[in-house]
Design a protein around this ligand. Structure first.
Ligand code: AMP
Length: 406
């Protein structure tokens, strides 16, 4: 892919470097950051530039605000203290929530014990529209551009895409995190150590259909859990009660299973489930074989026999890719399948790659973070890589990019 490297940039003392980060971190009801991995993951590139005595301008989106309106709920001010603590620098933010000349002045006057953080980029109309005018304004903030926002690189947004056209190949690059993520997925998909096992869970088949079809050509085993398993089970003729299902994808589910069979890929579905009488923590629940799901009950987690089956299936794995929880792990009662899977993956001798915010959250709650080889910071972006797509934000910091925005 020929990614442009930060190390090849001739950054001199006092140069301004714009780093597009992904600071879209989870926040609880009290405004406390519950998981700061995305901030920590950006530190390598930031510290590298600070080490060159550059003036660092950081920018990110944060959730999905309405453009043009300030809403405290979507303000990136929420990360200032954490960022400042990690960098041991003062973090300054322009007064106006929309990008204006004041921000450009501020960038020029930054002190060496400061870094600058822009407000949520999505407050500006032009960001999600990949607007050239907005991109140009952003480009006036710096002499160098670095994209380190892997989690947003599947989007053609101004700070990810259009902005790169204002910098030549000597003045833009992929940050360390972006490079690490792309290299990891590339290597895993192209030259995995075998057996290569993909564990796919989460709510829906629809979001992961393309990735699954692409993965079947590359993996030795596929394990399916979570809500999406019920679409496969229904396609096989099981009664699934009120469990989550995508009826319009029953045919696709059959195609996936057929394809797996033709390619000799072993395909694993749950053999038992935890069923509940309603979608709630205080629901009545019981373990049942998948053959016995009663009408009006829904499967919200995989059962103990399935845990054992899945454990055996990953026993000989040398590479494991896991994307999507095995059940509704947010509710204690239905979290066991996901936590057990986290422990099995952590205990394996395989190279383990965790994709998707939810799965990262499961691994973190299960206390297995340190045991995994690699935890991706981007759910949607990693899925698109698995689908075999080139991410617009990655292409834009590649040596071969022709600058076309369409
Ligand atoms: P996704 O964003 O597709 O990876 O899905 C993650 C979500 O799937 C989590 O919020 C889980 O609560 C949910 N989920 C997992 N298993 C089930 C299930 N059996 N029924 C309903 N939702 C589920």
């Amino acid at each position: 892919m020929g990614l442009l490297s930060v190390k090849d940039l001739d950054i001199q003392k006092g140069d301004r470097v714009f780093i597009r980060c992904d600071f879209n971190v989870p926040i609880d009801e009290d405004g406390v950051i519950t998981d700061d991995r995305r901030i920590r993951a950006a530190l390598a590139s930031i510290r590298y530039c600070l080490g060159k005595n550059a003036k660092v301008i950081l920018a990110s989106h944060f959730e999905r605000p309405t453009a043009g309106e300030f809403d405290e709920k979507y303000s990136l001010k929420v990360i200032i203290n954490r960022l400042s603590g990690l960098l041991k620098k003062e973090v300054v933010m322009p007064k106006n929530f929309l990008l204006d000349d004041e921000a450009i002045e501020l960038s020029k006057n930054l002190e060496y014990d400061q870094v600058m953080l822009l407000e949520n980029l999505r407050f500006n109309e032009g960001e999600t529209k990949n607007g050239l005018e907005f991109a140009k304004k952003l480009s006036e903030l710096a002499e160098f551009y670095i994209n380190d926002a892997f989690g947003a690189s599947h989007r053609k947004h101004a700070s990810i895409h259009a902005m790169t056209t204002f910098f030549d190949n000597e003045h833009k690059a992929a940050g360390f995190l972006l490079k690490k993520e792309v290299t990891f997925f590339d290597k895993m998909v192209k030259t995995p150590t075998r057996p290569f096992v993909a564990i796919i869970g989460g709510s829906k088949v629809s979001g992961k259909l393309e990735a699954m079809l692409n993965l079947i050509d590359k993996v030795d085993k596929i394990i399916i859990g979570g809500g999406m398993a019920f679409t496969f089970l229904k396609a096989l003729g099981y009664e699934i009660g009120n469990s989550l299902v995508e009826d319009d994808l029953l045919e696709d589910a059959k195609v996936i299973m057929e394809k797996a069979k033709t390619r000799g890929v072993k395909f694993y579905l749950p053999v038992d489930v935890v069923v509940a009488d309603k979608f709630a923590e205080n629901a009545v629940s019981k373990y049942l074989p998948i053959q016995e799901i009663p009408e009006n009950w829904m499967g919200l987690d995989v059962g103990p026999a399935t845990n054992r089956l899945f454990r055996e299936a990953i026993n000989d794995a040398q590479t494991i890719l896991w994307n999507g929880p095995m059940g509704v792990y947010e509710m204690d009662k239905f979290s066991k399948g996901s936590f057990m899977m986290s422990h099995y993956v952590a205990d394996s001798h395989a190279t383990t790659i965790i994709g998707g915010g939810d799965t990262g959250d499961v691994v973190s709650r299960a206390g297995d973070i340190e045991e995994m080889t690699f935890i991706s910071t981007g759910g949607g972006a990693s899925l698109e890589l698995l689908e075999g797509k080139t991410l617009p934000g990655v292409e834009a910091v590649s040596a071969s990019f022709d600058g076309r925005l369409s």
